[in-house]
Design a protein. Structure first.
Length: 325
């Protein structure tokens, strides 16, 4: 496994929690890290003057206190997601705060920039870049990313269309560094399956929407519990980039999920807090296809404990099959 050094001995299960727009806040990130998975959030979730810095202070302080009290079982490190696209007018300001508070992991999206990677490397952090195909993967590594997040079909939010098997195979033909897989991963079995295909870590997003600590409204959480793969709609209408969304939320907004218009990709909108923010970001709920295994709203600690048990049981089954073969 090409596991980054800062993760070794810090994970209860080989997984990273994906940054969830609007939903991921300090409470969720701290709970995820304490449970033994990398917690993350988009910097753009912290709105208002000085709010991002307050979040960084809170997360660092609470995790430091936890680690001092649990030296034999420290929390996983946390990550901040930065939208590198030119539409993000906050990037330089937010990146400066990542430097100030030495954010361990920076997840970059929608564009790979060498200067951003160099800035993170200068204080000892690592950069994971999310990609949807092999071409973008090569560009990210060429520009200095430390690892890749392969966003395959079925992932929540901005997702690709490639099979996870095809995507991982292509990347592994030339890259032996840290590789995460995103797309319908919501169980310990799926994490092990990702590793069997060649990934080092599972990248879990939608399953955390229905946790107690998530900043999602109750109806959103329940829709995740009630929904399944057939309830997910793939469209670029809401941000200009194709992504997966919950069908009931589109219907509640008065639209026909099966007849949505195409959006102009040149008018990308990622909710950076400006006057042009789309109301759809509040009303339309992003979600991936893996939610069929989510059966209840529960605390992060309980969900991750189930992931650990499922992963162990799946590993045992795989070992049995190996012996039979």
């Amino acid at each position: 496994m090409a596991l980054p050094a800062l993760l070794k001995g810090r994970l209860s299960v080989p997984a990273v929690a994906a940054p969830l727009f609007i939903i991921s806040g300090p409470e969720l990130v701290i709970a995820q890290c304490k449970a033994g998975v990398v917690g993350s959030f988009p910097s753009l979730n912290a709105r208002g003057e000085g709010e991002f810095e307050k979040w960084l202070i809170q997360i660092n302080q609470e995790l430091d206190e936890y680690n001092q009290a649990n030296p034999d079982k420290p929390a996983a490190p946390f990550a901040v997601n930065q939208i590198v696209h030119k539409s993000n007018g906050r990037l330089e300001e937010d990146l400066a705060l990542c430097v100030k508070y030495q954010v361990p992991i920076v997840i970059t999206s929608l564009g790979a920039r060498e200067d951003v990677n160099d800035t993170v490397h200068a204080y000892g952090g690592i950069v994971l870049h999310d990609i949807i195909d092999n071409r973008f993967a090569k560009k990210a590594i060429e520009k200095g990313a430390d690892g890749l997040i392969a966003v395959a079909t079925g992932a929540g939010g901005h997702a690709g269309t490639l099979s996870p098997i095809a995507l991982i195979q292509e990347i592994r033909s030339w890259f032996d560094g840290p590789l995460l897989l995103s797309g319908s991963i919501a169980s310990g079995d799926a994490i092990l399956a990702a590793q069997a295909m060649g990934a080092d870590l599972g990248y879990i997003g939608s399953a955390f929407i229905s946790t107690t600590e998530a900043r999602a409204v109750d109806d959103y959480k329940q829709a995740v519990v009630d929904g399944g793969a057939s309830d997910i709609v793939y469209t670029n209408l809401f941000t200009g980039v194709h992504g997966n969304y919950l069908r009931p939320s589109i219907e509640s907004a008065g639209m026909d999920p099966d007849n949505l218009p195409e959006s102009d990709p040149s008018n990308m909108n990622f909710g950076s807090g400006g006057d042009n923010d789309s109301k759809a970001w509040k009303d339309i709920w992003g979600c991936g296809q893996g939610i069929g295994v989510i059966s209840a709203v529960r605390p992060v600690a309980d969900f991750v404990a189930d992931l650990v048990d499922e992963y162990s049981e799946a590993f045992d089954r795989l070992s049995t099959l190996k012996h039979i073969g």
